[in-house]
Structures are given as C-alpha cells and as structure tokens.
Design a protein around this ligand. Structure first.
Ligand code: CO
Length: 297
C-alpha cells in the first residue's frame, strides 16, 4: 500500500499548491493598492520625425511627476493601424485604460495633448467617463484640459509663442501659424488666439486648414503691407502630416506654394508647439490640477 499512500500525499500537496496559487492570484487581483498613473493622449502621428516631440513631452512630464508611471494612447484609429503594420503597437485610450485597470491602477490622470477642446477632446471625455467607477477597474479617472481651455491658457500660450518667434526674424517679416481648425464650435479659439496675438504683435497671424480663419484671409491682410518674408509655423502639438504636407509641402496646394506663387519669400519651420518646454508646461499645469483632485480622493 506504499504506492497508494504516496499517491494520496501527492494529491494533497497538489491540492495545497493549487489552493495557495489561486488565493495568491486572487489577492493580487483584488488587492487595492493606491496606485496612481498618468495616461498621455494624442491624436498621434505616423511620421517617425514626430517621435522626438512625443519623447520631449514624456521627459517633461516625468520630470514634473517622477513617481508616476506614464502610459500613452493615440486616438486615431488610422494612425494606430498604420503603426501596427510597422510593428509599433500604441493603444487607443480605451485599451490603455482597460490595461491600467488590470495592472492595478486605482487612479488615472488622463492628459489630453490636444490643442482645443474640440471633437477629439469630447470623444476622449466620453471614454474617460465610461471608465470611471467601472466594477473591478480603475476607481477614479480624471481628464486634464487641452492646451487651450480657459482665457488664461490663451494668454499663456500666446505669450510663449511670441517669446519664441523664429530667431532670424527681421523687420518686415511676418509669422503665419497653421492651426488645424474644425467644424466644432471650439473653432472660436483660433480667432480668440489671433486677437490676443495681434494685441501684442501685429506681424503674427493665425489661420487654419479646416476651419476659420483661412489662409486667404491672412493673404488679404498681407497684401495691404510691405512684407519681406513669411515664416510658416505649425499651431499644432507636433509637426505631423498637416505641417509637412499642407503647410510646407512641395505640392501646389500647400501654404508655402500658395504664398510663393504670390511672390512671397517663405520659410517653413517644421517644429510642433510641443517642442517648446513652456508649451508643455501649460499641459503639465492642467495635469497637476487633476492629479491634485485624484490625491484628494
Ligand atoms: Co487633420
């Protein structure tokens, strides 16, 4: 009966092992550690040249909040698909929040890296709301405001942009910023920003690709004065597809080509607003607000 005896013991040991592993896993799963994480959300870009800008944002955020783990999500499905075909996996906001819930984050501060509170921001807000208080998920999720939200943001961003105008600018040179523009009511932020910029510097213009004001309206203004050179700069988080094609591209529809066809000397600067530390700090201030609210939970 020795064999039977050994078998019984194996069975007991086996059962014991299963029991402790499952109880350990269950504990790990349900144990609520008060863990707070940051999720940075951008529209995204498939241009490898934009990676340095995203990295710059991450470095600044890390320096401001060294104890928080930073995760990323891109909202654009087309861009995520394109990146996936190259082996670069970037989550959607919903995927990232689901994973962070599984990883045991109890609080998540989601920071929008959008410029205006338009459609993209509103969609993100819906996703964030859907994840708040989800059973067995994250306890508290908060969404940080985009670059422009309050009047003070317009003033802060305007001042930063005016301080960082192209180095080689001479008298008679003008700057034309390219904003995205939208059919969403938040398109008024572009006119609000233009007004603020003009109050401080009448040589700085802002137009949009898909909204109001348009480039033609800027050209009408330029034609009333003597212009030496036009600097084109993205009024966008990163210098992605719009900046590289619609703004600075060689095609005849690009802003550069359109202005050159009117005999203006043009220099396009392929650097998104996120390349400026002071701009990233506006987003960081918005992130700080929600992290404080989460700490209060
Ligand atoms: Co676009």
């Amino acid at each position: 009966m020795i064999e039977k005896y050994q078998f019984d013991n194996f069975l007991k040991i086996g059962l014991f092992l299963i029991l402790i592993t499952t109880s350990f896993l269950a504990a790990a799963h349900t144990k609520k550690v008060n863990k707070t994480g940051i999720l940075l959300v951008s529209f995204g870009s498939s241009y490898p040249e934009t990676r340095a800008s995203f990295q710059h944002i991450e470095e600044e955020v890390k320096a401001a909040f060294p104890n928080q783990e930073i995760h990323w999500a891109f909202t654009s499905k087309i861009i995520r698909k394109k990146l996936r075909s190259r082996g670069e996996i970037i989550d959607s906001p919903a995927e990232a929040l689901a994973k962070m819930g599984e990883e045991g984050f109890s609080n998540v501060a989601v920071q929008s890296l959008h410029v205006i509170p338009g459609e993209e921001y509103e969609n993100l807000k819906k996703t964030v709301e859907a994840f708040s208080g989800m059973p067995k998920g994250i306890d508290h999720v908060k969404l940080g405001k985009p670059l422009l939200y309050h009047q003070k943001d317009i003033e802060n961003l305007g001042d930063v942009l005016l301080q960082n105008l192209p180095k080689g600018m001479h008298k008679g040179d003008v700057v034309v910023f390219m904003g995205h523009g939208t059919h969403h009511p938040a398109n008024v932020y572009y006119s609000g920003m233009q007004y603020y910029l003009w109050q401080k510097n009448p040589n700085v213009f802002l137009a949009t690709v898909e909204g109001y004001p348009e480039l033609n309206q800027v050209i009408e203004k330029l034609e009333t004065r003597k212009v030496n050179k036009v600097y084109l700069l993205p009024f966008m988080t990163i210098a992605g597809d719009h900046a590289r094609n619609d703004m600075a591209g060689a095609g005849e529809d690009s802003w550069k080509s359109e202005l050159e066809a009117k005999d203006y000397k043009v220099e396009a600067v392929l650097s998104g607003m996120a390349d400026q530390n002071e701009v990233v700090h506006i987003w960081i201030e918005h992130l700080k607000e929600i992290l404080l609210e989460l700490k209060a939970k």
